[in-house]
Design a protein around this ligand. Structure first.
Ligand code: SF4
Length: 378
């Protein structure tokens, strides 16, 4: 007797028909593109409603001596690229930010409230903004804490720093950057409230399984004076001189997660040691929002031909550079060059057809784009 084969997966012919983002007028509104537009509008509205409309405009460049606690002790070159709004090569990890914020308000704060004694309260956050006088330039540190346990006068009693991460299994101690952040808040809150706040808890939570690991931290004057403040001074000096810092990360793992790997020279491709302005001519996969942010921050910047092909709507809004031949130096408008968008096969130069191997066209290098660095605020 023949036995029919039983399988969970129906043959291809029996599968429901699907199409990418097409359908009835109603279902056609539920698409990835519509979601991106909706999410962006929602964020802009929230920035206005939260009293932070400046987040919707072009990113500002802070004065050279100003530092954010969450950006200390990182690679100086990466910090330089961030400060001067270099175009990021990867999308912002919105999901990670969202989870971290949700975890803090919905889980960490209620947990802390249940751990506090009578006459103790939990504030979601507190601001610090203080200046440290140095022999050279003063350092100004401004930032917002995570939840703080306070007394009935709102004087801080215990600082917390909440971090979410992929896994806490191998965590033996807090990251040095998080210790620097905590030290800024301990110092700033002690000064602001005229108290001696010396203790903090760094709480790490796994995004995978909610396992939590905590570390108690005491203010360490030597760490503050010999490690944190000298880093901030050196960072200020790089920003003042506008010279690209060396490609030397503070920690080995930094390059792996850096959004400037290719412009720095640690990624794939021929680029290295590019300054903070100008798009890389052979990179066609910059995320759309990162290009838009870069263009908004640099009024004279335009798209490279490869990006103009990929994002025609941005090209018509901001303009684009012509194709250039690296051999004969001729330039050609976007319209004059027929290209299918394959970056592994760039178009050939029409003026070099007589050569055995025709030269390829590409966009201008970041230096040739000659986009000026925006001046910091004073
Ligand atoms: S790739 Fe590494 S060295 Fe280069 S900027 Fe990024 S973190 Fe620094």
């Amino acid at each position: 007797m023949a036995v029919a084969e039983i399988t969970d997966v129906p043959p291809a012919s029996q599968k429901p028909q699907t199409t990418a983002e097409n359908g009835s007028p109603r279902s056609a509104r539920v698409t990835g593109r519509e979601f991106s537009r909706w999410y962006q509008n929602r964020q802009q509205r929230q920035n206005i409603e939260n009293g932070k409309p400046y987040f919707n405009g072009p990113p500002r460049i802070p004065e050279s001596g100003r530092h954010s606690p969450s950006r200390l002790l990182r690679c100086h070159r990466r910090s330089f690229y961030d400060t001067f709004n270099a175009p990021k090569e990867t999308a912002a990890p919105q999901g990670i930010f969202w989870f971290g914020s949700k975890f803090e308000t919905d889980i960490a704060v209620p947990f802390l409230r249940d751990q506090t004694g009578t006459d103790e309260y939990v504030r979601n956050s507190m601001w610090v903004d203080f200046t440290i006088r140095r022999e050279g330039d003063d350092l100004r540190i401004r930032g917002e804490t995570d939840p703080v346990v306070v007394d009935e006068d709102s004087t801080p009693l215990l600082l917390t720093e909440i971090k979410t991460t992929s896994s806490v299994t191998h965590l033996q101690e807090p990251k040095e950057q998080h210790l620097a952040q905590v030290h800024c808040y301990l110092y700033g809150l002690s000064e602001k409230y005229d108290c001696k706040l010396r203790e903090a808890v760094v709480l790490y939570a796994s995004r995978e399984d909610f396992e939590v690991r905590t570390f108690h931290v005491d203010f360490d004057l030597a760490f503050w004076e010999d490690r944190v403040l000298p880093w901030a001074e050196q960072n200020t000096a790089f920003r003042q001189s506008k010279e690209l810092p060396p490609a030397v990360p503070e920690y080995e793992w930094e390059c792996q997660y850096c959004p400037y790997r290719r412009r720095c020279g640690k990624g794939d491709g021929p680029h290295a040691d590019a300054g903070p302005t100008g798009l890389l001519p052979l990179v066609a996969d910059y995320p759309r929002e990162q290009i838009r942010t870069y263009l908004a921050a640099h009024p004279t910047a335009k798209l490279t031909p490869t990006l103009a092909h990929e994002f025609p709507e941005l090209a018509s809004e901001y303009g684009s550079y012509d194709w250039r031949c690296s051999v004969c130096g001729s330039s050609h408008t976007m319209r004059a060059v027929d290209w299918d968008g394959d970056v592994d096969q760039l178009p050939s130069c029409p003026d070099c057809r007589h050569r055995e191997i025709p030269a390829e066209l590409t966009g201008p290098s970041p230096e040739k784009q000659a986009v000026p660095m925006v001046e910091p605020e004073s």
